[in-house]
Design a protein around this ligand. Structure first.
Ligand code: C2E
Ligand code: MG
Ligand code: MG
Ligand code: MG
Length: 291
């Protein structure tokens, strides 16, 4: 809030003048918090589903569920803006539980519509704050019981920051998630501060290569070197890999040739509504990587 912004400006040694731009940014943040709380109460958030594509076969293997907030006056608000607001206010606990339930419910509904257990998983993002303050494994268990979905259908995406704060707790949570047969993925891998030793110690199934490396691959030799290093590290440790931010067929083909298991990015599709996501899966069947 505004008072906090002033205090922070003082602490950072900036002039003791309350700048209008800061004031309005702080005000927007404060009202976003109030409005996000209300949106959660009224069930106004939605999930969009971005396809995860097997880079060998071209088949869709699942979707990442991404939270979407269409504000009635302000229009769509970017997750990069409202997720930090949710984290700072503690609302991320409620948002995270909602996202898990909604994602599990959606996949379970698709199964029912198709009259079979579809060969699809759904990934949900977990914030480091949830790792610290919620019992994630219990929350996942609840989402599974109320939707009737099997744990093997869920991917939990965690970041390195969720490990470094309390590695002991992270170990217990990851093991509990494995007990539920869920897949554990390290999101934005390569951008955090975790030690490589954790990779060996924790039951991690998938490394998601951050899109900053993927997108720079065709311009910059360093990024290719980093991607290659992550792929061979994952291979040596028996983990799968997902490359984020694939925006061209050329990148998809290169990553497939380098042995990356799964791809995600605008080249395949943006995050889609539940109906469009299911149609996308159906459409890609048997078409290969270029289709
Ligand atoms: P993330 O988990 O790394 O998700 C991938 C982000 O990259 C998504 O942005 C997705 O739309 C975007 N993306 C995917 N492919 C491409 C591409 O080819 N090019 C470009 N330029 N972008 C691509 P989005 O949906 O805006 O989400 C941003 C971040 O917000 C997510 O990054 C995640 O950290 C966070 N987030 C979103 N929903 C949730 C949620 O329900 N819970 C939590 N804790 N975090 C969430
Ligand atoms: Mg993610
Ligand atoms: Mg990511
Ligand atoms: Mg990211």
């Amino acid at each position: 809030n505004a008072q906090f912004a002033v205090k922070q400006a003082k602490q950072q040694g900036r002039p003791n003048i309350y700048e209008p731009r800061e004031a309005s940014a702080a005000r927007r943040r404060f009202s976003l918090e109030t409005e996000l709380r209300r949106a959660l109460d009224r069930d106004e958030l939605e999930l969009a589903f971005q396809p995860l594509v097997d880079l060998r076969s071209g088949e869709v293997t699942g979707f990442e569920a991404l939270s979407r907030w269409h504000h009635e006056d302000r229009g769509p608000i970017n997750p990069c803006e409202f997720i930090p607001v949710a984290e700072e206010s503690g609302l991320i606990i409620e948002l995270g539980r909602w996202a898990l339930c909604k994602a599990a419910e959606t996949l379970s509904r698709w199964d029912k519509q198709a009259g079979q257990k579809l060969p699809l998983q759904v990934g949900v993002n977990m914030s480091a704050i949830q790792m610290a303050r919620d019992n994630i494994a219990h929350t996942v268990q609840e989402a599974l019981s109320c939707s009737g979905l099997g744990g093997d259908r869920m991917i939990l995406e965690l970041t390195e920051s969720a490990i470094v704060q309390d590695p002991g707790r992270a170990t217990r949570v990851f093991e509990a998630l494995k007990g539920l047969e869920a897949t554990v993925a390290m999101d934005d891998f390569g951008t955090g501060y975790s030690s490589l030793a954790y990779l060996q110690r924790l039951p991690i199934d998938v490394l998601k290569i951050d899109q900053s490396f993927v997108r720079a691959m065709h311009q910059d030799a360093d990024s290719i070197a980093i991607v290659r290093a992550i792929l061979s590290l994952a291979d040596a440790l028996g983990m799968k890999t997902t490359a984020e931010g694939i925006e061209s067929l050329e990148l998809a083909t290169t990553l497939a040739a380098l042995g990356c298991s799964t791809g995600q990015g605008f080249h395949f599709a943006r995050a889609l509504s539940p109906d469009d996501a299911l149609a996308y899966w159906d459409n890609r069947r048997g078409k290969g990587l270029a289709g």
